[in-house]
Ligand binder design. Structure first.
Ligand code: NDP
Length: 520
């Protein structure tokens, strides 16, 4: 089979086009085109399509009180359900129920009814359920990974090697905490009650695990809403909950769009709201819950600085930059989207970044060789393209060295970066949520810190230097919930995650992640 110069196989060559995706004037640099004209290793990549097939029903109802609600005939009509689409092909995968206020009410009532028994269960028994969920996730890992990639567009190698293993790790981790809460708090804490949990589309199953595992460990019951574009792995998780015999009503999953999310947030029977998503919706939820007794945690957006000092190991730093912004197509709340490079090494970093971008394979997420998959939705691609245009209009230089040939269908954006960016440019201030990096320079440590903190957000940051003392000095002055040193985008269930300023409040992960789910 022929392959293009980046190793992205042209299995669909007959249906490929020169897809510009909003980069009409993007510069393909000399370095990049040299790289692109012949494969860097001289070895073309054979296609490595994922071979596991998953069974998908033609429609799904909500998961309430331990069972799937069969959508009524009338519910299969257009306004009662919606299609979930494979963003790499634009094909409809299946239809999913649009949650109404009465569906949410049924879910909340089921969660309320299940609460007394579940919270009174000996903690060690609750832990056993979580261990069983974790093990079953591991057993069904490949199926979950394939489904996640189908529904979200992320490369199979990421859903297989990062998302799903982390999902199991979260359940294992919080399973271990279930019978040790007394040790943490000095006495057995009471659960908060019924938790309403609204999650986004960038890490669908992982966000479900972040929300459910600590809540269940502490004896709460839950009503979870996955994002409209990525409901399928949460529904598959519901099957796992049935398999392990989790008591009915302990976890309820209502699918739908923002209206379903709002119905959960506003329901009087909800004791705690946990939200991950955009800062705009986070603000609405903060307003909606203000003045009520509902507890709230918000994990919102970011515009995280990634600082490269001139004493850093540049080759490793470039890998870190790639991991920081192009992982999951840049659809990551803590993406290192503002690259601050010390002046003496900026041209070296730029040259190496261009070379590296030219070697990234963009395309079919189901190919195990793919580095950058499809953008999650047309709406998100339109948003990214608007920023690509705006960046150029404001005077920044767009560099898009990738020469991957993209399929003619699907939502694609080649990994790229802007050079000549000023801190006042929109692309340096607003979250783009795509594979788009803004490259800026600095001269001194003080300037790096001041530019890094010049943002309304405060979710994450990265520092590259070979001086431990500099790491400590800079890290403590950065207003960010997570600071990675000589690495980026590393996650572990034992490590707390969360933001400052407009990136939200509350922590998920680690022993800190339990705090939002207990009443002391
Ligand atoms: P949203 O904040 O709109 O969506 C997050 C979740 O909230 C989804 O389940 C959504 O449902 C739901 N929701 C939407 N409106 C409401 C509401 N009024 N009340 C309660 N729940 C609601 O993010 P989007 O998915 O629209 O993405 C837009 C932007 O958000 C991205 O460009 C990115 O900047 C940011 N984002 C940040 C994330 C993060 O991890 N911090 C994750 C995802 C997005 P539905 O999906 O049906 O709209």
């Amino acid at each position: 089979m022929p392959s293009d110069t980046n190793g992205v196989h042209s299995a669909s060559e007959s249906q490929t086009t020169a897809h510009t995706n909003g980069h009409p004037n993007a510069k393909t640099t000399a370095a990049a085109s040299t790289t692109a004209s012949k494969p860097r290793t001289g070895i073309a990549y054979a296609p490595a399509p994922e071979s596991v097939k998953v069974d998908i029903a033609d429609h799904y109802g909500h998961f309430i009180d331990g069972r799937f609600i069969e959508p009524k005939a009338s519910r299969k009509s257009d306004d009662a359900s919606f299609a979930t689409i494979n963003p790499a092909t634009e094909a409809v995968i299946t239809r999913v129920a649009q949650g109404t206020e009465s569906d949410v009410d049924a879910a909340v009532k089921a969660a309320r009814a299940a609460l007394p028994k579940w919270s009174a269960l000996p903690a060690v028994e609750r832990g056993k359920y979580l261990f069983r969920i974790a093990r079953r996730i591991q057993e069904r890992a490949r199926e979950l990974a394939v489904l996640e990639t189908l529904d979200s567009g992320k490369p199979i190698k990421e859903s297989r090697d990062i998302d799903v293993p982390l999902v199991a790790a979260h359940f294992f981790y919080y399973a271990g905490w279930a019978d040790k809460l007394e040790w943490v708090y000095g006495r057995q804490p009471a659960p908060v009650g019924v938790c309403g949990q609204v999650i986004p589309w960038n890490f669908p199953l992982l966000m479900a695990a972040w929300k459910l595992a600590p809540a269940l460990a502490c004896g709460n019951t839950c009503v979870l809403k996955p994002a409209e574009t990525t409901p399928l792995t949460a529904l598959r998780l519901a099957e796992i909950l049935q398999e392990v015999g989790l008591p009915p009503g302990v976890v309820n999953i209502a699918t739908g769009d923002g209206r379903t999310g709002a119905a959960i947030v506003n329901h009087a029977g909800i004791d705690k709201v946990a939200f991950t998503g955009s800062t705009d919706v986070g603000k609405k939820i903060a307003k909606a819950t203000a003045g009520s007794s509902k507890k709230l945690t918000l994990e919102l957006g970011g515009k995280s600085p990634h600082i490269i000092f001139d004493d850093a190991a540049i080759d490793q730093a470039v890998e870190g930059i790639v991991q920081g912004i192009y992982f999951n197509q840049g659809e990551v709340c803590c993406a290192g989207s503002r690259l601050l490079v010390q002046e003496g090494v900026i041209s070296e970093v730029r040259k190496k970044l261009e070379l590296r971008l030219a070697s990234l394979r963009v395309g079919d997420p189901m190919d195990k060789n793919t580095d950058v998959g499809a953008i999650n939705s047309k709406q998100q691609l339109d948003t990214i393209n608007r920023y690509l245009q705006l960046g150029q209009d404001e005077g920044a230089e767009l560099c898009s060295p990738s020469t991957s040939t993209l399929p003619s269908k699907g939502y694609w954006c080649k990994p790229c970066f802007f050079a000549n960016v000023q801190p006042s440019h929109t692309i340096a201030r607003e979250e783009i949520f795509g594979p788009v990096l803004s490259l800026m320079s600095f001269r001194t440590v003080e300037e790096a810190i001041s530019k890094a903190n010049n943002t309304p957000y405060g979710l994450a940051a990265g520092i590259w230097t070979d001086k431990g003392s500099k790491v400590l000095e800079v890290a403590k002055k950065l207003q960010a919930g997570v600071v990675w040193c000589n690495t980026y985008n590393k996650f572990d269930p034992a490590s707390p995650f969360g933001g400052f300023k407009e990136s939200g409040f509350g922590r998920e992960g680690g022993v800190h992640g339990l705090r939002a789910y207990v009443k002391l």
